[in-house]
Design a protein around this ligand. Sequence first.
Ligand code: NAP
Ligand code: GFB
Length: 318
Amino acid sequence: MSEKQVILVTGGTGLVGKAIEYVVQNGEKQPNEEWIFVSSKDANLSDLASTEAMFEKYKPTQVIHLAAMVGGLFKNLKYNLDFFRTNIQINDNVLATSYKFGVKKVVSCLSTCIFPDKTTYPINEKMIHNGPPHDSNFGYSYAKRMIDVLNKGYNKQKGVNYTAVIPTNVYGPHDNFELEDGHVLPGLINKVYCAKRDGTDFVIWGTGSPRRQFIYSRDLARLMIWVLRNYTEIEPIILSVSEEDEVSIKEAAEAVLKAADFKGNVVFDTSKSDGQFKKTASNEKLRSYLPDFKFTPFDKAIKETVEWFETNYETARK
Ligand code: NAP
Ligand code: GFB
């Protein structure tokens, strides 16, 4: 029997954390593993003493670090300073405390939106620091980039193996469906629910022409568990569907309308920002490790998410 592993998942009650919990509870958990999913109720990770008290309590051997101040384009436009300061504090506390308590491995999260705005495509893992990020979310982006700097520092100076994944836009059950501060897909799913209920227009913000690669949270969860167990590089790895699976916001909205069977009027509010036009990322490195990994088809995953929201409307974050 291999030795016991205690895997602490910070941000465990969020979109990605809940997906990891779902995957762990549906066959991924190994007999020698204890999985602990925590939220800000267990510790405020912006506060070092609170962070250390939680690590003292659970004594994790490995950490999947998801906790962050997170939001869509419009929340980032409003709070770049808060996104920077909060996430810098959380990330420094979690990595310093992981080291203090002898955690063997930490897998943290960056994002494909943190890459240089002026860049060649497709983006790859070596381009993170090659220039300023898109101005809409510079606070979040620079804070996330510092995770990569910290990982390299802990490896070079302390000899530990802390790494990171770089997910593209994530969606799925337990997302944040808030209209103003959430991401596009949960926002559109909330909007179509209300438009059907109230007989109102379905409003897509912006022109609908920006392009995104969307990854289903439960696919990301399976990949992150693989990274925890098998990925040994310090360099981060992009976790995304392929470039060919990139869709326009308009096409993503059409998938939501189809899943919700919406027959009403659709309008574009072009007074709202489009944000970054595209951030096309390569998943070539992921494919070099997992050539046969199968992503859930977009329409199927959207349908599952729409149905989850309809079933859980009363309790969903919105
Ligand atoms: P989410 O749904 O907003 O969940 C955030 C989680 O972090 C929650 O469990 C929250 O707990 C916790 N948290 C926030 N502030 C905290 C604090 N001060 N102390 C302790 N816990 C705190 O986020 P998500 O979408 O799952 O994102 C998870 C990770 O993936 C993040 O690092 C994010 O940057 C990254 N990511 C997300 C996307 C995306 O499209 N969603 C894309 C790329 C990367 P409470 O609810 O108790 O506050
Ligand atoms: O997911 P989202 O808010 O953020 O998508 P980003 C914004 C794009 O979707 C813009 C359009 O082109 C919006 O005009 N859009 C259309 C909508 N309708 C809606 C709607 O109802 N709600 C929202 N939110 N957008 C974020 C970064 O960029 O990507 C974050 O700012 C994070 O830091 C996240 O990394 C993954 O994809 O533009």
